[in-house]
Every structure is written in structure tokens, then in C-alpha cells.
Design a protein around this ligand. Structure first.
Ligand code: FES
Ligand code: MG
Length: 577
């Protein structure tokens, strides 16, 4: 069979050789039952799988891979599935984010070193999406992304409950004495009752929407529930399409253009997406050489309304979003308001606008129109000031309107252990007007920039019925979390950022409309404190964690490792014998 293109496929540098190398490359494969004709120059497609029992959100990926395989075979390709490091958000400690860049290296090197002409990426739980996209982007073969799909709605005692979002609220209910531990255990089984990833608009759902908005996934990719048969239809279609993409030489960098990233940023505002997308998209853009900065996030998202009434900002869940029309309905609203680069190319060979211009919406309670938005002007806000010279971010749609302009007295926690040790202390000198400040939870400080920025409030304040306070840190926050939470403060405390110099009693002003974050301490006093500042002790002197801490970039640059920025392409390495 011909591969349908004049370009010689890279897999033929392995399987097309008629010497001892060709024998080596083919013969061992034949033990699987592949006959000689499989090596005739048809596109070899890698199915990059993040299935793992340690990643519950991706537990159904063997099934998805089989549907992809059928599609590849139908289109005349040669499918080969391979595993890569899988990052499960719930089990990995100290945080899955510490390993995003490591997994991306696994993906990149696994693709380049093998006889692959195209790749299908199977992604679900939060970090599996950016790690696979980043790794694949640094190789730049024809690539198509498939998300695993969200879980079905959680239902506890007749009430819908959402991944993460209700974990935070129920754990506060336990702390406030409103829920028993037995009820808590019951709710655990009710919340996550099917295959799939978190079904709130957390990071996994957000990143699945980013895959679709970037054009890397087929239309409809983001919202089809994991257990809905249409998820498997999409996988099969993706398998067929990747073979064509190889024949068209439609490589990832033709999809991941500046225009595509701009579309993704606006889509993130439209869905009220996770703050984690800011870091992941900046890191991904830098892999393909697209300039993307924090200021792009603020500028492009500023006028975009949040259209989607989903937890954590709203009421509904991903299953409702799917039934209402999913991301295509949002993209159509954006496009009709001139907020989409309509010519951006997508993996199906059509433009984003061709794919979405006629998308229906079946439920305006779930997906609002742009004229009657769920929340107005809800893009990520980027804050600057003497407390965050390189920026910090806040998600206004998840914050409390009355705290968007607030001045308060700092209550400082030096690290997460200090926070846990003192937050339940009835004698802690804090009230609801204070600003909670958490240090040393950034990329280098934690290490890995954990999702601890949405610090639980002190019990004595919760008992008053107060549910939100201004919180500032160099950490991230789970995409399923909410609150007036300033995140990603850069430079981080452990890198000597001004956050390291905040002391109890300092006054801090958050002014989201003015996009400022101000520490009311004089420059002279800050210099005096800086002279006395000691960096925290290193976490380790060896291994990946040392490599990570030595090379990780700050949040505003995507927290990638400095030597991973850019791509090395898909050139075929030397023969191995
Ligand atoms: Fe996997 Fe939320 S824990 S997506
Ligand atoms: Mg998360």
C-alpha cells in the first residue's frame, strides 16, 4: 500500500530497510503477528496512552485505544500503542505538577526515538493533557488529541455534587460541624461513580476544552461523557483522521499557531476555565515558538463574558454542558461576537469556524448567550505591583464581588506546614477582613507549585457563616476550587520574590479592576528585609527533583524546564546497532 504522499515517511527509515537493520526493526515486531505487508510504507501511528491504575480518571483508556486502533486500521494505517508516564492528580505527592515536565520529556523522546509518522494522544486527568501536548509539540509530527471525557454527574442524597468543588465545601462542613464523617464517606462514593475525569469545569475539563479550542481535537472532544458511546465514536474517527493527516503532512505546528492560542484564551474566559490553563498554554506555546505572555491572557480575555454556568463558578456539571451543546455552542457565540480567529486550522482539515458556526445550543440555562451572559467580563485577570513584579493572577468568575477591591492586614504562613499547624488555632489573630498570605508553595518552593492556594478559612470565621477571604500565594489552585484567591505570584518566595518579605501586620491592597496587588511597605524597609532574607534549604541534592528545582522557570513563563523550551523536531536518530 502506498502512503498517498510523495514524502517518504520516517517509519520507513526503520521498516523499509533491506539489511540487518531492517531485519532487526521488522523481525521482533513480527512476533506480535504483524505480517510483512504491514511494513510496506503505510503510516505508522502511535497511540500514546496514559492509562494507569494510579490515574483513576484515565482508567477506561484501554477501551478508547481500541476504538482508535480500529479507526487507524480502517484508514490503512499501522497502529502501535505505547505507554507514557501517567500523572494522576489525586494520588501523586507532593503534586502532579512537579512531574508534568518529566512526563513531557517521556512523551517527546518516546515519539522521536520510535518509527512513528503520527501520534494520537489519549489525555484525561489534569496534567496528562499538557504533558502530552508539550512533549508532542517538541517533536511536531501530525498529532491529534483525544480527551477521555468527564465522569457522569455526582449525586448525593438527591443533590448533584461536583468533583473537587463539593470536596472543598463538604470538608468545610465537616470542620464546621455540619456534616458527620459517615456522611462524608458516603459522599465519596456518590461523587465519583463512573469512568472519566472530574466533571466540574476544573482543570481536566478546561484542558479538554483547550484541546478543542486549539483545534488539536475533533469538534465535540471536550464534553462527551467518558462512558457515552459517542466518546468511542470520536476515538474511532480520530483514528481514521490521523492517517489522513500523515498523508497531508498536517503537523502540530500548523495547528498550534498564535491564532489558535488566542482562540483558546478566549474560550477559557467563555467557559470560566481553570487558572491552571494559563501556565499550561504558556508552556505549550513556548514549545512551538509562539510568543504568549500573561498580558495576552488579560488583554484577550478581558472583554469575554463567562457563558457557562458550571461548577466551581456556577451550578451545572459537564454532563449538562454536553447535553446543552458543549464547547461548539460556546465557540459559535464567541465567533458571532468577533472573538474568534475564524481561519485557524483544526485537525479535521477545516477551520474552527467551519466546524462551529452552526453549532446548536439546547439549554440557555447552562450555556448562556453572549447578550445575556452568566458572568460578565470573566477572563483571567493579571495583577502586578510591588508584591508581584512579574505578575499574579485571579479568576474573577470564582471570586466574591465584594472582595475585588480590598485592603487588609496580612496574616502570614511561611509554608504549608506552618499553615496547617496554626489555622485551626482559636487564638490565631485573624478576622475576615485580613489577607491570608502563604509563602514557599511555588515551582521551586513546594516543589512543583501545588494546588494549595485556596487555603481553607479558619474555623472561627467559617462558624460565622463567612465563606470567602482574600488569599495570596505563589501556589496554584485546583480548577475545581473557588474564592478570592490570588495565585501564581511571581517571582515566587523561594526564588526571592517580594512575597518572601511580607510580614504579619503589613497592609495589602488587592484591586482587581485596576489590576494591582500592592504591599504597603516602603522600598527601604523591603530592602532591609531582603538583606536579612535566607532562601529555604534545598529539598534534595539528587534526582529529578534537583533537576527540576535547578531549571524550572517561574509561573509567568509556564513553569517549564528552561532547557525544554522550543522543539527538537522529528529527525530520525542514528541506527541502534
Ligand atoms: Fe483527575 Fe480531577 S482528579 S481530573
Ligand atoms: Mg486539579
Amino acid at each position: 500500500m502506498s502512503n498517498g504522499t510523495k514524502k517518504k515517511l520516517r517509519s520507513q527509515e526503520w521498516f523499509g530497510k533491506q539489511d540487518k537493520h531492517g531485519f532487526l526493526y521488522r523481525s521482533w515486531m513480527k512476533n506480535r503477528g504483524f505480517p510483512q505487508d504491514q511494513f510496506d510504507g503505510r503510516p505508522v501511528i502511535g497511540i500514546c496512552n496514559t492509562w494507569s491504575e494510579l490515574t483513576p480518571c484515565n482508567s477506561h483508556f484501554k477501551t478508547i485505544a481500541e476504538h482508535v486502533r480500529w479507526g487507524i486500521l480502517e484508514a490503512g494505517g499501522f497502529p502501535l500503542e505505547f505507554p507514557v508516564m501517567s500523572l494522576g492528580e489525586t494520588l501523586l505527592r507532593p503534586t502532579a505538577m512537579l512531574y508534568r515536565n518529566l512526563a513531557s520529556m517521556d512523551v517527546e523522546e518516546s515519539i522521536r526515538a520510535n518509527p512513528l509518522d503520527g501520534v494520537v494522544l489519549l489525555m484525561g486527568c489534569d496534567k496528562t493533557t499538557p504533558s502530552l501536548l508539550m512533549g508532542a509539540a517538541s517533536v511536531d509530527l501530525p498529532t491529534i488529541g483525544i480527551s477521555g471525557g468527564p465522569m457522569l454527574r455526582g449525586i448525593y442524597r438527591g443533590k448533584h455534587i461536583g468533583s473537587g468543588t463539593n470536596t472543598w465545601s463538604m470538608s468545610e462542613d465537616v470542620r464546621a460541624g455540619k456534616m458527620t464523617i459517615e456522611e462524608f464517606h458516603e459522599a465519596e462514593a456518590c461523587m465519583h461513580r463512573s469512568h472519566g475525569h472530574c466533571m466540574t469545569m476544573g482543570t481536566a475539563s478546561t484542558m479538554a476544552c483547550m484541546v478543542e479550542a486549539l483545534g488539536v481535537g475533533l469538534p465535540g472532544n471536550a464534553a462527551i461523557p467518558a462512558v457515552d458511546a459517542r466518546r468511542n465514536h470520536l476515538a474511532r474517527e480520530a483514528g481514521r483522521r490521523i492517517v489522513e493527516m500523515v498523508r497531508e503532512d498536517l503537523v502540530l505546528s500548523k495547528i498550534l499557531t498564535r491564532e489558535a492560542f488566542e482562540n483558546a484564551i478566549r474560550a477559557n474566559a467563555g467557559i470560566g476555565g481553570s487558572t491552571n490553563a494559563v501556565i499550561h498554554l504558556i508552556a505549550l506555546a513556548r514549545r512551538v515558538g509562539v510568543e504568549l505572555t500573561l498580558d495576552d491572557w488579560d488583554r484577550l480575555g478581558r472583554d469575554v463574558h463567562c457563558l457557562v454556568d458550571l461548577m466551581p463558578s456556577g451550578r451545572f456539571l459537564m454532563e449538562d454542558f454536553f447535553e446543552a451543546g458543549g464547547l461548539p455552542a460556546v465557540l459559535r457565540e464567541l465567533g458571532e461576537r468577533g472573538l474568534l480567529n475564524k481561519d485557524a486550522l483544526t485537525v479535521n482539515g477545516r477551520t474552527i469556524w467551519e466546524n462551529n458556526k452552526d453549532a446548536p445550543c439546547w439549554n440557555r440555562e447552562v450555556i448562556h448567550s453572549f447578550d445575556a451572559p452568566f458572568k460578565p467580563e470573566a477572563g483571567i485577570a493579571v495583577l502586578r505591583g510591588n508584591l508581584a513584579p512579574d505578575g499574579a493572577i485571579i479568576k474573577p468568575s470564582a471570586a466574591s464581588p465584594h472582595l475585588m477591591q480590598h485592603t487588609g492586614r496580612a496574616v502570614v504562613f511561611e509554608n504549608i506546614e506552618d499553615f496547617h499547624a496554626r489555622i485551626n488555632d482559636e487564638n490565631l489573630d485573624i478576622d475576615e477582613t485580613c489577607v491570608m498570605v502563604l509563602k514557599n508553595c511555588g515551582p521551586k518552593g513546594y516543589p512543583g507549585m501545588a494546588e494549595v492556594g485556596n487555603m481553607p478559612l479558619p474555623p472561627k470565621i467559617l462558624k460565622k457563616g463567612i465563606t470567602d477571604m482574600v488569599r495570596i500565594s505563589d501556589a496554584r489552585m485546583s480548577g475545581t476550587a473557588y474564592g478570592t484567591v490570588v495565585l501564581h505570584t511571581a517571582p515566587e518566595a523561594a526564588a526571592g520574590g517580594p512575597l518572601a518579605l511580607v510580614q504579619n501586620g503589613d497592609m495589602i491592597t488587592l484591586d482587581v479592576p485596576a489590576r494591582t496587588l500592592t504591599l504597603h511597605v516602603s522600598d527601604e524597609e523591603l530592602e532591609r528585609r531582603r538583606a536579612a532574607w535566607q532562601p529555604p534549604a534545598p529539598h534534595t541534592d539528587r534526582g529529578y527533583v534537583k533537576l527540576y528545582v535547578d531549571h524550572v522557570l517561574q509561573a509567568n513563563e509556564g513553569a517549564d524546564l528552561d532547557f525544554l523550551v522550543g522543539k527538537s523536531g522529528s529527525a530520525v536518530p542514528r541506527d541502534n546497532h
